[in-house]
Design a protein. Structure first.
Length: 531
C-alpha cells in the first residue's frame, strides 16, 4: 500500500490505541496506519504527499456539537454588537452601519448584552429611534432569545399596546402606558421576524461558504447545526457541487417533524458530508433574557420563574412520536426546572434502557443537584457549550445566586458517567473550539487570567475537554465509528496545532493556533504564516 498523505515527526494524540504516536498515513479519505516515523515512512510512494510536522501537535478533527452555521455566516454582514460595554457603544455601532448602508431596508444586528453595561437593564425602542427613526431595525440579543427593535419595526409588524403576548413569548410593555418598549422575548420574536424578507437561496449559500471558511480556520471539521429546511436545502446544493467541505449534521425543526416522519427520515440519514441529527425542541428560554425556566424565582424578580416555551405534556408526545420514528430528540433546556422537565419526559418515554436513538439536552446550563445523576442513568447526552460559562458568569450570579454551584457542572456530570458533547452556540459565542477548551479547563474569561476560576470544582482536564469536542461529539450523532479519533479505518479528519494543548499550562491554550485542517485526507485550511 502506498499512502496518499503522510504526517511525520509529530506529537499525535489519537484518542485511540495507541494513544500517542509520531506519524500517521492516509489512503483515500481514511486513516491507513498510525505508528512511528520509520514504519509510516515506509508506506510512502512516488506520489505520496509527506508533511514534516517538526514536533507540532496533531489531534482528531474538532466537532462543534451545537452551532447555527448559516446564521453565523449571515451575522458576519450585520451590525456586530458583541463586546459592546454600554448602550451608547451599541448605538454608535448602529449609527455607523446605518450611514454605510443607505436605503430603506431593514438594518439587522446581533450580540448586544445588557448585563455587560454599567446599567444592566433592557434598552427600549426610543434609544433606537434617536439613531434610526425612518428604517426598521432588529437587533438580536447575544443569546438569540430576545430582540430589540425600533418603532418602524413594531409598526411593520403590527405590534401595538393591544397585541396579546403569544404563547411562550413576551412583549415587554411600558408599565404606565402599556405601549411596547421594543423588547420582545422568546416566541414573541416571531411577530417581527415573519415580516422581514427571508434570506434567499443565494444568500444562504454564500453565508454557509463564509461560515465554513471560518470554521475550518478554527480547526473544525464537523458541526451539528440547528437550523431550518432552507439551510438544509442550501447545504445539499453545496454538497452536490463539491463546495461543502465541513461534515454537517442538520437538526429538524419541531414544526417539520411530521413532514420528516412522513418522508421516512431517521437520525443518521445522509452521507459522510451531510446527514440528519434529530429534532430540535425548546423547553425554555435563556439566562440573559431571564426566560430560562426555574424551580424558584429569579433573584430580585419576585414571581418570575421564566418561560415554558413547550408545555410538558406536549413535549412528551413529541418525544414519543420522534423516537418511535427513529429520530433523536435534541431539547434546549437552560434552567433547572426545564432540565428536570426534560429528564422527566425522557424517563417517561424512554426509560433507562439502551435506545435506538440518543437523546440529548442542549445547553444543560443549570441543574438541581438531585438531577445530575439522572442524565447518565437515562443515557442522556449533555450537549454543552463551555464558552457560555465565563461569558454568562456575572449574569448567572446576579440572577441565580447560590444555585450557580451547579451551573455548567461538567465535572459533576462526568463523574456521574454522563457523556459530554461540546459546541459553541455560535454566533451567540465564538466558534473557536480552543476557546471552548480553555473555558472548560479554567472556567475563566480570556481577558481575566488573574481572576480566580468560577466554581473551580467543576473544571475538567484538557483531555476530557478535547474528547468532548471529538469522540463524544461524534457519539452524540451516532458517528463514533467514523470519526472522533485517529484510528485506522476512520475518516482522515485531522487538525495540526502550534502547541500541545494537553501538556501546556491551561492559560497558554488561548495562545495556540490552528496551523492546518485536513478533512477526508485533503488540506482544507493552512495557515500561510506557519513554517
Amino acid at each position: 500500500m502506498n499512502a496518499d498523505l503522510i504526517l511525520l515527526h509529530g506529537v499525535i494524540h489519537t484518542l485511540a490505541e495507541p494513544a500517542r504516536v509520531t506519524a500517521l498515513a492516509v489512503a483515500g479519505e481514511r486513516i491507513a496506519a498510525v505508528g512511528n516515523d520509520d514504519v509510516i515512512r515506509s508506506l510512502a510512494g512516488s506520489h505520496t504527499q509527506v508533511i514534516d510536522l517538526r514536533g507540532r501537535t496533531v489531534v482528531p478533527g474538532l466537532i462543534d456539537a451545537h452551532v447555527h452555521l448559516a446564521w453565523y455566516g449571515l451575522s458576519l454582514a450585520m451590525v456586530n454588537l458583541d463586546g459592546a460595554t454600554s448602550l451608547e457603544e451599541c448605538l454608535q455601532r448602529l449609527a455607523r452601519q446605518a450611514a454605510a448602508s443607505v436605503g430603506v431596508g431593514w438594518i439587522r444586528g446581533n450580540g448586544w448584552n445588557h448585563h455587560a453595561w454599567p446599567n444592566p437593564v433592557f434598552p427600549d425602542r426610543h434609544a433606537l429611534d434617536r439613531v434610526v427613526p425612518d428604517r426598521p431595525v432588529i437587533l438580536k440579543r447575544k443569546d438569540g432569545h430576545s430582540i430589540w427593535v425600533n418603532t418602524p419595526a413594531l409598526t411593520l409588524a403590527g405590534i401595538t399596546s393591544h397585541t396579546p403576548d403569544p404563547a411562550g413569548g413576551t412583549i415587554d410593555r411600558d408599565p404606565a402606558t402599556g405601549e411596547p418598549t421594543g423588547i420582545l422575548r422568546e416566541n414573541a420574536v416571531a411577530l417581527v421576524e415573519r415580516v422581514i424578507p427571508a434570506a434567499g437561496p443565494h444568500d444562504l449559500e454564500q453565508a454557509i461558504r463564509l461560515a465554513q471558511q471560518s470554521a475550518l480556520a478554527f480547526g473544525l471539521t464537523g458541526v451539528h447545526t440547528m437550523e431550518g429546511p432552507d439551510v438544509f436545502s442550501a447545504l445539499q446544493r453545496l454538497d452536490a457541487t463539491g463546495e461543502l467541505v465541513l461534515r454537517v449534521c442538520q437538526a429538524i425543526p419541531r414544526e417539520h417533524l411530521d413532514e420528516a416522519i412522513g418522508l421516512g427520515l431517521r437520525s443518521g440519514f445522509g452521507n459522510d458530508r451531510l446527514r440528519i441529527s434529530g429534532v430540535k425542541l425548546f423547553a425554555d428560554g435563556s439566562l440573559g433574557s431571564a426566560t430560562a425556566l426555574m424551580l424558584d424565582d429569579y433573584l430580585g424578580q419576585p414571581g418570575n420563574r421564566g418561560v415554558a416555551t413547550l408545555p410538558k405534556d406536549e413535549m412528551r408526545e413529541l418525544v414519543r412520536k420522534a423516537t418511535a420514528a427513529g429520530i433523536a430528540p435534541l431539547i434546549h433546556a437552560i434552567g433547572d426546572r426545564a432540565n428536570r422537565d426534560v429528564l422527566d419526559v425522557f424517563e417517561d418515554v424512554l426509560g433507562n434502557e439502551t435506545q435506538t436513538v440518543r437523546p440529548r439536552i442542549e445547553h444543560v446550563q443549570l441543574l438541581h443537584p438531585a438531577d445530575i445523576p439522572r442524565l447518565a442513568r437515562l443515557n442522556v447526552i449533555a450537549s454543552m457549550q463551555p464558552v457560555h460559562c465565563p461569558s454568562d458568569r456575572d449574569a448567572a450570579i446576579r440572577l441565580w445566586g447560590e444555585r450557580c454551584r451547579y451551573a455548567y457542572a461538567w465535572r459533576s456530570l462526568l463523574d456521574s458517567g454522563t457523556v459530554l458533547a461540546f459546541g459553541s452556540d455560535c454566533p451567540v459565542e465564538t466558534i473557536s473550539p480552543l476557546a471552548g477548551i480553555h473555558a472548560a479547563v479554567t472556567r475563566q474569561r480570556a481577558d481575566e487570567p488573574h481572576v480566580p476560576s468560577w466554581n473551580p470544582g467543576e473544571c475538567i482536564t484538557p483531555l476530557e475537554a478535547l474528547r468532548a469536542y471529538t469522540l463524544e461529539a461524534a457519539f452524540a450523532a451516532g458517528e463514533e465509528t467514523e470519526k472522533g479519533s485517529l484510528a485506522v479505518g476512520k475518516l482522515a479528519d485531522i487538525v495540526v496545532l502550534s502547541h500541545d494543548i494537553l501538556a501546556i499550562p491551561p492559560q497558554d491554550i488561548l495562545k495556540t493556533h490552528v496551523e492546518m485542517t485536513i478533512v477526508g485526507g485533503k488540506i482544507a485550511y493552512q495557515d500561510t504564516g506557519s513554517s
